[in-house]
Design a protein. Structure first.
Length: 260
């Protein structure tokens, strides 16, 4: 993907002599320019492997830890690839799959961005399902400008139906990152027949408003494009459904609601 590795800046060398530019990750894809993965035009790294198995996943090929279409890339590879695009970018986002599943790589990539004179102005963001322990977030907080966290469902059983896992860690992560001042937004993916009931709306709106009435909340409608064949029959979210959820969230006192 990239040319030869450059010499690592002293600021990103590890005390034990290890070279963070050689930290590797299993990468599903890289998009050099994206307007939908954080603020502004962003360079986006999609890592391979996810702890959830979501009904509504639009990138199911990224769920497995390894696939024939994936590849291994180092921090140095991606920094070299990133530099020519940097003048046209606002920042770098790591998504997935699940970014926190390879958090050592995310940390070292963001350290490398911040230590590089050509890249240090770029903001660093993580797009995550939120299923990570506090100690993982604490490793990433010093080098990350913002976290975008999915809340698939407030009800734990509905969340399990959608993802195959409970949501205790997700809710804890949202609270933890908000307390650290780094929660950029919470994303609500509406999947008709799963998490779109009036009760879900009321409880979700109340929980988020109690956390922070000014929180940025992005309401995303489920679309069938890219999902696995067995879920292709799940109906798409209508414009009326999105509008109703936005109205309900705003009625609860949330001022930063966006629909997509």
């Amino acid at each position: 993907m990239a040319g030869p590795l450059v010499a690592p800046p002293a600021a990103v060398r590890r005390p034990g002599g290890g070279d963070p530019l050689l930290t590797r990750a299993r990468v599903a894809d890289v998009i050099p320019f994206s307007w939908v993965d954080g603020p502004g035009n962003r360079y986006v790294v999609f890592v391979q492997g996810c702890s959830f198995d979501c009904v509504a996943c639009h990138n199911p090929e990224t769920i497995a830890p390894r696939t024939p279409g994936g590849r291994v890339a180092t921090v140095g590879d991606l920094l070299t690839d990133l530099r020519p695009a940097a003048p046209y970018l606002a920042g770098v986002t790591v998504s997935g799959g699940e970014a926190t599943g390879q958090w050592h790589f995310v940390r070292d990539l963001f350290r490398g961005v911040r230590a590089d004179g050509e890249l240090s102005r770029l903001t660093t963001f993580v797009d995550s399902n939120g299923n990570a322990l506090p100690r993982v977030w604490d490793r990433l907080l010093p080098v990350t400008d913002g976290f975008m966290i999915d809340l698939k469902a407030l009800d734990p059983e509905v969340h399990r139906r959608l993802t195959g896992r409970g949501n205790d860690l997700v809710l804890d992560s949202i609270r933890h990152l908000h307390g650290a001042g780094k929660l950029h937004e919470v994303r609500l993916l509406l999947v008709p027949g799963y998490n779109d009931s009036p009760d879900q709306l009321a409880r979700t709106a109340e929980w988020l408003a109690d956390l922070d009435p000014a929180l940025r909340v992005v309401v995303i409608g489920f679309r069938q494009h890219g999902v696995r064949p067995e879920y292709a029959g799940v109906p798409e979210a209508t414009a009326d459904l999105l509008a109703g959820w936005r109205a309900g969230l705003e009625a609860a006192g949330l001022s930063g609601v966006v629909t997509v």
